[in-house]
Design a protein around this ligand. Sequence first.
Ligand SMILES: Nc1ncnc2c1ncn2[C@@H]1O[C@H](COP(=O)(O)OP(=O)(O)OP(=O)(O)O)[C@@H](O)[C@H]1O
Length: 236
Amino acid sequence: MTQPILVAQGLTKSYGTTRALDDIILTLFPGESVAIMGPSGSGKTTLMHCLSGILVPDTGSVQLNIGDSDSIDLPTLSEEHRARVRRDHLGFVFQEGLLLPELTAQENAALPLMLSGVSRSTAQHHARQWLSTLGLDGMFERRLGELSGGQVQRVAIARAQVAEPAVVFADEPTGALDSETSKTVLTALLNTTVGQGRSLVLVTHDEDVAARCQRLIHVRDGRLVSDSADTAGVNR
Ligand SMILES: Nc1ncnc2c1ncn2[C@@H]1O[C@H](COP(=O)(O)OP(=O)(O)OP(=O)(O)O)[C@@H](O)[C@H]1O
């Protein structure tokens, strides 16, 4: 029986009087791709942020089985320790904010490794390999303003993958792209995560994107209302 990479139990989170998450239970296995869907305001982003240690839930645990260490419970860690776990073991493809427009594609993709203490030349070597895998040969030295939306998204994927994280979290990774580019970017994202035995959790409103993930979870009013893994008879 495969050991799960992440086990979340009893997650709740409120903002003032808004209950954004209500007793969420979720288990994620290595090599799984999971799409989280649900209406606007249903708690998808809050869930992803709690699962990835960006937010601390009000109650509940998020056990991660990563590296050589025993499992760790993200909400119990200090802010600094959570940041270190995110940096060393988790990858993020978010629409807002993570890429720096004043840096080149290569520098952006190399950043997580450099922040982990890897030398600039080694980090940039790995960054170039990922950019190349993602079809961005010849664009390493371009700044983000000199790339198309789909190319920028692929730089974001390279950045998320460069430290080879156990789990990649993606929030609407293809949201701003036309459908053809969206397909290409999603293929790249799946190949570089699930294709290499790592896990992918993505939030999407797009049924076509969700259909390409192995597992589909629906969230409504902060509750997990369906999980295709429960009905697929998956033998884990
Ligand atoms: N920082 C915050 N302060 C107060 N309320 C918040 C905050 N962040 C989220 N909320 C509320 O919590 C609920 C869940 O928000 P969340 O962003 O998780 O939903 P979502 O499903 O990701 O929505 P969308 O699809 O529109 O991005 C919503 O009612 C939202 O208004």
